[in-house]
Ligand binder design. Structure first.
Ligand code: C2E
Ligand code: CA
Ligand code: CA
Length: 771
């Protein structure tokens, strides 16, 4: 838990800040929402007040028209003729532009109707509106609301008033054209009018718009349209419109909230005076009505929106930069900076992906490298070596198929991840690659020889891509196989030997400190003198846990490869000198001892210093230590070895050439080398085939050696027969199981003291170390 917090503390703080900001924004939005309700209420109150004002203005106007009608009725009381009545009524309308132009009267005497010129209205042939006819007989002073005037084909508002005491006229009716209620409009506050979206003067009976008092630019509403239909379209709410319909039918006054495109609006309904049949319906955008409040809210809303946007941007920015950084970290080291090809890191990442993507496909990891790459670097320079690698990168990159990949590892090594049907086809493909590299590089005079190690992936026993590469490399570098074969398939025992080697390398230093490397002595027998000639010191690695001795073959090749052999050679040599020195000091029997010197040991710059100083330290007599150099060392660099042997001779060492006949056998070596002894390899006497030819060679080698005054020692003599034969051809010394096996130090001491168990050997007496 603690670890989790420590690892993610930055993320947690960042998320915390984001959440906190979001909470604050949510709270602010909620508060603003409430404030928006308050704003709506406020603007509705304003709308209500304004509607009241408008309605009052309308009613005042209607009242004045009714007053005009009533006073006209009083004027016509005194009229004596139809003309006089008509004239009075016409005069009443004159100069009343304040109430609207186009006003006119008609009057009734009983059921007979006359127009404003005193002519019979029925003569005009137009029917009178039923409401007018009904009101004419009622004897009431009343507004009739909208009536249809067929003579002018217009809707008009009609007012009627009874005329008393005149037998020629009973009722006067004032007709007021709707579209000319100019003065009513003028009475309205123009500023407030402009706050509305539209303000319509409507008929309560059906909701038809009698006149548009105001329309904002956004609204295109025809003057004779139905206001309810329009509102239905605008608000999209049947409920709201039904409520409006009920309100106008009851001549009520109300402010009904509505939402248009998510914005808050108010619909104001103002009923005209009773019976007028008129109402005013207005649509108000609350934000326009209560501008300051909404502006304030908008500022805050915009600020919150900007804040939110910044927050989101910031969060996205952080997430993106983090991702990019993670990607960069992830990508770091996935491309070789010089060759611009994938590295092992990328390879190891890609291999599992490809394996899971192509489930049914067989894949192999191939490790390849240039043989003698160091030689190219040394002779042609680093630039040329780099060119070779670039060239290989190009070849590998171009020949890859879909689902394959490759990487540069190090030291001219590449890893290829290839799919294949069967091993022979894969080998063919690699042969093609090899030829391509060889031929093309040939043109550039590099002669690239590639070596391939192939690990065929076993899906049943999955291993990590790193291990796959390791195994392919193990196969490539396996020297036990024929070096002429450039294509080596990984075998399970490679891994075992690799593990064994690793185990040995881990233990070797400690083993040296723990004195686990023991010296064994194998006595040599001098055929001519019939006495012990000396002994060869041979190393054994003692395993205290198992109480066994490991033979040198199991660890020496590795020590030669890793350089540890030098330490071991010196250790054995030191032990030998110590043994001889101590026994000599106590005047005990000793014999000359041969010590093996590996190729690596000779090449050490302080080789001579060390060997000479130890000899001096233990006061070893001259000619008592023989150093054995293998034939291969002599062959590789006989000049160097010659100068070394010269110095060794000067310091009282004898020199021997070991394993003669194993590879480079050349009589020339014998002639040019300044050696005291030649040790013939066991194969001279062990091989059954071609016996005559071998004998011939052996005899001539002994002959040459004798001429050169070298002592001839035959190794691996296992039978009396061999010994007798060797004696017959002039061999001086034999070493082998027939005489004695290599003996542990105590056994060897016993051997020196008594001779061997069979009594075949000569006594070691008289071999006291010369003082
Ligand atoms: P080598 O120098 O040729 O040593 C002779 C080998 O022949 C020894 O094997 C010995 O045990 C074996 N041998 C002796 N007589 C017979 C015989 O009659 N029949 C058979 N079949 N083998 C016989 P070993 O002790 O296993 O040593 C193997 C090699 O390891 C040596 O070959 C030598 O090259 C190397 N070696 C041993 N000790 C050292 C050392 O201290 N330093 C270095 N540099 N090499 C050593
Ligand atoms: Ca030897
Ligand atoms: Ca040998």
């Amino acid at each position: 838990m603690k670890k989790f917090f420590a690892k993610h503390s930055r993320d947690l703080v960042f998320s915390g800040v984001i959440v906190l900001c979001l909470c604050l924004i949510i709270v602010a939005v909620l508060l603003l929402n409430q404030y928006a309700d308050v704003l709506s209420e406020q603007s509705e109150i304003k709308v209500e007040l304004y509607t009241k004002e408008t309605t009052e203005t309308l009613n005042e106007h209607l009242k004045q028209l009714q007053g005009l009608t009533d006073s006209a009725a009083i004027y016509v009381e005194k009229a004596h003729s139809g003309d006089e009545i008509a004239g009075t009524l016409r005069e009443a309308c004159l100069n009343r532009e304040d109430l609207g132009t186009g006003l006119f009267f008609r009057y009734f005497s009983g059921e007979t109707e006359y127009n404003e010129y005193g002519e019979l209205f029925s003569a005009s042939g137009f029917p009178e509106d039923a409401a007018v006819l009904a009101a004419a007989g009622s004897g009431k002073s009343v507004c009739l609301g909208t009536v249809y005037d067929s003579s002018s084909n217009q809707k008009r508002v009609a007012f009627c008033a009874p005329v008393k005491n005149n037998p020629m006229v009973d009722t006067v009716v004032l007709f007021c054209p709707l579209h000319e209620i100019k003065d009513f409009r003028e009475d309205l506050n123009a500023e407030k009018l402009a706050l509305t979206e539209f303000l319509a003067f409507c008929d309560v009976k059906d909701g038809y718009i009698l006149d548009m008092l105001y329309t904002a630019d956004d609204y295109h509403i025809a003057a004779n349209a139905n206001v309810l239909d329009e509102l239905r379209k605008i608000t999209n709410s049947k409920e709201t419109v039904d409520l409006i319909e009920r309100t106008i039918q009851q001549s009520g006054t109300a402010v009904i909230p509505a939402t248009v495109n998510g914005e808050s609006y108010a619909i104001a309904v103002g009923g005209g005076a009773d019976g007028s049949g008129l109402c005013i319906i207005g649509l108000y955008r609350n934000a326009s009505v209560y501008t300051s409040g909404y502006q304030f809210m908008n500022v805050i809303l915009t600020s919150i929106a900007i804040l939110f946007a910044i927050l989101i941007f910031f969060a996205i920015y952080l997430v993106v930069t983090r991702r990019m950084m993670n990607r960069k970290i992830l990508d770091f080291g996935t491309e070789d900076p010089v060759l611009h090809c994938p590295t092992s890191l990328k390879f190891e990442r890609e291999v599992p992906e490809l394996l899971s993507r192509y489930k049914g496909t067989k894949f192999a990891v191939v490790a390849t490298s240039v043989r003698h790459f160091g030689y190219i670097t040394e002779t042609r320079g680093e630039q040329a070596a780099e060119e070779v690698l670039r060239f290989l990168t190009l070849i590998f990159g171009k020949t890859l198929q879909t689902g394959e990949t490759f990487a540069y590892l190090s030291d001219s090594g590449f890893a290829l991840f290839l799919h294949y049907k069967d091993t022979s086809l894969l080998l063919n493909r690699l042969r093609g690659l090899h030829a391509l590299a060889y031929e093309n590089s040939n043109a550039r005079k590099y002669n690239i020889i590639l070596e391939f190690g192939i690990y065929e992936i076993d899906r049943e026993q999955p291993v990590s891509p790193h291990k796959m590469i390791e195994r392919a490399i193990l196969a490539r570098d396996n020297e036990t196989d024929d070096m002429r074969n450039h294509f080596r398939l990984y075998k399970e025992d490679y891994f075992e030997s690799y593990m064994q080697n690793a185990d040995i390398e881990i233990q070797m230093e400690q083993a040296l400190e723990n004195d686990e490397f023991k010296v064994f002595f194998q006595p040599k027998y001098n055929i001519a003198t019939d006495r012990i000639d000396g002994a060869e010191a041979l190393v054994r690695w003692y395993d205290p846990k198992k109480d066994v001795y490991r033979s040198p073959a199991t660890f020496l090749p590795l020590f030669e490869a890793n350089g540890f052999i030098t330490k071991l050679d010196r250790h054995i040599y030191y032990k030998v000198c110590e043994f001889i020195g101590m026994r000599a000091a106590q005047h005990l029997k000793v014999c000359p001892v041969s010590v093996n010197i590996s190729r690596v040991t000779v090449l050490q710059p302080d080789f001579l210093d060390y060997y000479v100083s130890v000899k001096k330290k233990f006061k070893i007599a001259d000619d008592f230590i023989t150093l054995e150099f293998t034939e291969s060392v002599a062959y590789e660099n006989y000049e160097m070895l010659n100068s070394i042997t010269t110095i060794l001779h000067r310091n009282g060492f004898l020199c021997s050439i070991d394993d003669f006949g194993t590879g480079y056998s050349s009589y020339n070596i014998l002639k040019v080398m300044n050696m005291d002894e030649i040790k013939l390899d066991r194969f001279f006497i062990s091989r059954g085939t071609n016996e005559n030819r071998d004998k011939l060679i052996l005899e001539s080698v002994i002959h040459v050696a004798k001429q050169l005054r070298m002592k001839v020692t035959q190794e691996g003599v296992e039978s009396q027969e061999s010994m007798e034969y060797l004696r017959s051809i002039g061999c001086d010394v034999v070493q082998g199981y027939y005489y004695s096996k290599p003996l542990a130090m105590l056994e060897f001491i016993r051997f020196l003291e008594k001779g061997d168990d069979n009594g075949k050997t000569v006594s070691a007496a008289g071999m006291d170390m010369p003082q």
